[in-house]
Ligand binder design. Structure first.
Ligand code: PRP
Length: 182
């Protein structure tokens, strides 16, 4: 059987680079939230690795919560909305909340999700994305904390998938075109 690595064109971000960036992002967050309790919302499934590493790197107390959403895209009448497949188990009213995402792409998911979360009256609501692909943006969304700005390439690993595979790779790599252009 072919190894997952064989379908990776090249490594875009090595595991050491990711680890260093996560520490830098945690330090940036520490300055803002020092001493405050913050609800970290992990958007399943791609953010799991980043979420776990980031939560362990910050110094303030973190409450874990999870959401699973699917975007309807921009072609819908509403101009993009999300279906919540799994909702938070915490009431975020009056809480500091940070949504943790692996990648900000078109912005459809986060644009719609933020409207819904804002309506629950958190004390503050910020977005933290490991990867940002600004070239692909169709909605006015920007993250408060960004790890890496990357080109419009098909990336996998460190949580990111193609057809539910490759999430387990410890680095972020560019997938070979032949894999998804079959
Ligand atoms: C990814 C990512 C965001 C969304 C971003 O999730 O985690 O939620 O896509 O894309 P957008 O900016 O174009 O809306 P995905 O739907 O791939 O699910 P997964 O995390 O379970 O892999």
């Amino acid at each position: 059987m072919k190894r997952l690595e064989d379908n990776v064109e090249r490594v875009l971000l090595a595991k050491e680079e990711i680890a260093q960036k996560v520490n830098e992002m945690a330090a940036e967050m520490d300055k803002i939230y020092q001493g405050e309790e913050v609800v970290f919302v992990c958007i399943l499934k791609g953010s799991v690795a980043f979420f776990g590493d980031l939560a362990r790197a910050v110094s303030f107390p973190v409450v874990y919560d999870f959401m699973c959403v699917s975007s309807y895209g921009s072609g819908t009448v509403s101009g993009g909305s999300v279906r919540i497949n799994k909702d938070l188990s915490t009431d975020i009213a009056g809480k500091h909340v940070v949504v943790i995402e692996d990648i900000l792409d078109t912005g459809n998911t986060l644009h719609a999700l933020f409207r819904q979360l804002q309506a629950r009256n958190p004390k503050s609501l910020r977005l933290c994305c490991l990867l940002d692909k600004p070239e692909r943006r169709t909605k006015p969304v920007s993250a408060d904390f960004v790890g890496f700005t990357i080109p419009d390439e098909f990336v996998v690993g460190y949580g990111l998938d193609y057809d539910e595979k490759y999430r387990q790779l410890p680095y972020i790599g560019i997938l070979k075109r032949c894999v998804y252009e079959k």
